[in-house]
Structure formats: C-alpha cells, structure tokens
Write a new protein. Sequence first.
Length: 461
Amino acid sequence: MARPAATRCTIGSALAVTLLAWLLVLQLLLLAPAPAAARRATTVNQAPNSLSTKPPRSSTNALVKRARRRNRNTDQLGSAAADDAGYIVLYNVSIGATQNDVSGVVDLLNDFVWTTQCVAAPVRVPCASQTCRSLLANDTTDACGGNPPNGDDSCRYVYVYGPGINTTGFVANESVAVAVGDIAGSAVLGCSAANSTVPLEGEPGSFGFNRGPLSFVSQLSVNKFSYYLAADEAGSSDSESVVLLGDAAVPQTNRGGRSTPLLRGTAFPDVYYVNLTSIQVDGQALSGIPAGAFDLAADGSSGGVVMSTLTSVTRLQEDAYKAVRQAVASKITAQEVSGSAFAGGIFDLCYNAQAVAALTFPKLTLVFDGGEAPATLELTTVHYFFKDDVTGLQCLTMLPTPVGTPFGSVLGTMVQAGTNMIYDVGGETLTLEEGAAAPAPSQVVSLMAIASLLLAWVLLF
C-alpha cells in the first residue's frame, strides 16, 4: 500500500474503519506534520456505547475449549444470545534487550505495531534515517522538519484513528520475541506516549497482523497464525481465546477443517479478503441476495468480503443485509421493538429479550468457496444476536455496509466465535475448524479475548 508523503515524520493509521457502530469508515494511512494531514480521512460520528463488560480470563493452564455448538436446539433458543463480545489480545511479547514483556490488541487488518510499554532505553530511530524516511513513502524533504523539539531527533509519529482518537510517540527498532511458535526477530514499532486516547480497555498497544510491511506478521516472518475466540456462554464471568503462531498454527482435531482461498484487492492488498459465496437460513440459500453481491471488483478496487478481529458486528452488502434481516425476522414469532435505547439506536432488528427467550431462532450458515467441499461458518443465536441486560433488548448484530465504503462486507468476531481460524499467509488460505481451540503453552499466556468491545472508536484496518 502506498504511503502518503509528508514533511514531518509522523505516522497515521494504515486503514481505519468503524466496524462496531453507526457506519463503516475507511481512513487511509496518514503521514503528515501535525496538525495538518497529507490526506484527509473520511470520518463518521460514533455512538459512545459498549457491547460488553466481561474481563478477560488470564491463565497459564492449557485452554482447550469444548465445541460451543453441541446442543444445537439449545443454541438456537433466544436465551442463547450473547451478552458479551470480545477482541483478542497478544500477551507476553518480549521487546528489547531487557525482554520487557508487553501485551496488545491484535489487529488483523492493520500493519503497524505500537505500545505504551517500551523499554526504559529504547533504540530510537533517528528522524534523518532512511528507516524514518521510508515511513514517509520516500519523501525527499527534511524528515526532521527543522529544529527538533528539546534536541530530540527521534522519528516521531502521530497515529490517527479518528477525530480525537490517536496515539503519538516515537519510532524504535527493537528485538521482539514470542515463545508461542518460537518467533523472534527485530521490528520497527511505535513507542506511544502514556496519554494515548485510543480506547483499548486498558491494553497498552496494538499488534498489526495484516500482510503489510510494518505488520507483526511481516516483520517477524510469521508464515502462519491461528486464533480461537470462545463463543460467549450465558452466566460466565469472563471471556477467553487462544492464538498460535508459526508451525504451531495447525488444526487441533482429527476432523481438521475446510479451507478457502485468501484473496487480494488492488486498492488494499494487505487485508484478508475471502470469497463468501452464499448465506443460508435453516439450510436454504437466500434467493434475495443478488449474484455478485459478495464479489471483489474485477479490478480489485472495491467490494469483496474482509475479515476483522477488532469488530464484533458484521457488516453485509446492503442487498444481502436486507435479505438476511427479512429471513431472520420471518422465522422469529415475536413482535419487533425499537432499539433506540441501546447503543444509540444503531441496531435495526431488536426484540424484548424476555419475550424471545424460549423461541427458536434460525441457524445461519456462511458458505465460502472451497471447491467441492465448501468451508462454512455455522451460526446459532450466540453468533448474531446480542442481549443487553440494561435495556432488556436483544438485537441482530449484523448491519448494512454504508454506501461509499470500499469494502462490500466485513465479518466480525461474533460470527467467527467457536471456530479455529487458521491463516496460512504464504499459502494464502484460511482454514475453518469448527469447535476446536489449540492448547495454550503452559509457559506463556498467548492470546486471550478481552471483554468490552467499544462501539465508539474507529477501528484500525
């Protein structure tokens, strides 16, 4: 992805997108002198609400999760709706010669690594260095921008997520190691000031996992990775998941899994596109979805379906969303109610949670290209309905993708829950293994779901 030119050494977001709230928004990577940006981002106001409040569970014991969808009759009841949604956190990443252990939110769609927990004496990248200039897309101007403040010649960055949401600091080049998968190397990363305004629920940073040159995956040559986000269980007090890196990222059951190709677009070649071919409701393919609704444009510049680990909500191409909403509503024998009291009224299909608790909800199936044996995500109530205990509302967590968004659809974490998601970056395949989690190594907590996905912030791409 081409990086915009700038006259000062600042880094903005590679792609920022709102996937949890009102509208899905793209924001290009900004490399610009404060306060002006080299490129103006498209932004949309947000509703400041959260989907969940459960804390992450941290344990050094093996986390082998049972299949979430064993009793499909129970799982299809309205009472099985999720009351928690999580995003994923990478723990125990050693940075620097002193092996300072840090953690951060895993961002499947972005290619930058930053933390507020750099070592005491980090290896700062000078603003006049080629490394710093490369972050400015080979800008030929003076990267230091004249006299640096307080004699500091560090390569400084501003990482912009949206209005009032950013992290600032300097760029360092440090050794990085993760015990899981025996991953080690050096990486360029951002050492963020403590006053970061990015709402990460207490986590001190973010690890970009896309295919871009600055991502955790690319800089450390991670050829494979997998994550398993446990589906929410009613009455549980926490949420958890696990990730494996490198050769450890393999199927965990005798069943293995079914694979689908990872595609590339031309406008955003670093994100993970998949070929979603159809959506089924109770085993029947929806006829109301137009042919090509999920296709990536022939020139790769728009449309398509991308994977996300930072948003719980799924966004669907508008016609596909309308078909899904109509089909789901027709299967639920209860009166729809206004969702205005929850999450700023962003959800379109809501019910009174008590009224639908004993009702049967349909099973949705997302079908992906896999040749003669298509890969699927089978969804029960917990994967696409959220129950808010404060308002008593239960709402569909799928929304239409706004007009003008460069992606057709975005698949959030709720629909991925309960499936071991195995990314073969070099082989460009995604393997879906239902109901299996890899055991976390006993010596390190690798990846865990952290509760409380905010609807209010602009998500990284």
